[in-house]
Ligand binder design. Structure first.
Ligand code: PRP
Ligand code: URA
Length: 206
């Protein structure tokens, strides 16, 4: 397993405000977008490249562009907050959607939606801001693998040790990029210290 905990001063600064319970939904969405830009930049740092000829205003030069198609897959709902900026950074990406909902009492995730573009041979970036028990990410990855994905990375804002360990057990080849590896889960499977319910904080639901 590869766990990348991003060390970035601006990332830490943004995460501090995301954690702050007084941050209102509009600001929360803006911060999530900015932090996602850092996660996407890190997760794409070493993607394979191919050479192409580019005509500048002065001459032809050899340049390098992404070799593989990138597929962005936000996990509904909270992962939607990460999609727009990821698409701005990688406008050639295709997009799939996976809907997952945790049962509030058992924390077990069930899938309610799945629509995916071709995945085989592509670099799939799964976007879900919270990796808690790992149930949602694993159920989402099950669907990606069934649909042919063979190269998947998970981008999350905050990860819990339990979710990282479980994901590593089930899918050791999936790299995790996160802004923070937090301390623990509480009795209701919320990440501690975490930032609360990401979807509720994004959209003002309770
Ligand atoms: C949250 C979050 C993850 C999941 C993480 O979604 O966005 O998908 O919980 O928890 P897990 O690792 O224990 O599965 P939630 O089910 O609350 O749905 P929402 O995005 O619609 O709010
Ligand atoms: N989902 C969230 O939104 N927050 C948590 O802490 C755990 C799961």
């Amino acid at each position: 397993m590869t766990l990348h905990v991003i060390t970035h001063s601006l990332g830490e600064h943004l995460l501090a405000s995301l954690r702050d319970q007084s941050t209102a939904p509009g600001e929360f969405r803006r911060l999530a977008r900015s932090l996602t830009a850092i996660l996407v930049t890190e997760a794409t740092r070493a993607l394979p490249l191919k050479e192409i000829d580019v005509q500048t205003p002065l001459e032809v030069t050899v340049s390098r562009v992404l070799l593989e198609t990138v597929v962005l897959v936000p996990v509904l709902r909270a992962g939607l907050s990460m999609l727009d900026i990821a698409l701005e950074l990688i406008p050639g990406a295709t997009v799939g959607y996976v809907g997952m909902q945790r049962d509030e009492s058992t924390a077990i995730a069930h899938s309610y939606y799945c629509k995916l573009p071709p995945l085989r041979g592509c670099r799939v970036l799964l976007l879900d801001p919270m990796l808690a028990t790992g149930g949602s990410a694993i159920a989402a990855i099950d669907q990606l693998v069934d649909a042919g994905a063979d190269n998947i990375a998970l981008l999350c804002v905050v990860a819990a040790p339990q979710g990282v360990a479980r994901l590593n057990e089930v899918y050791p080849d999936v790299a995790i990029f996160t802004a923070s590896l937090d301390r623990d889960l509480n009795a209701k499977s919320y990440i501690m210290p975490g930032l609360g319910d990401f979807g509720d904080r994004l959209y003002g639901t309770v």
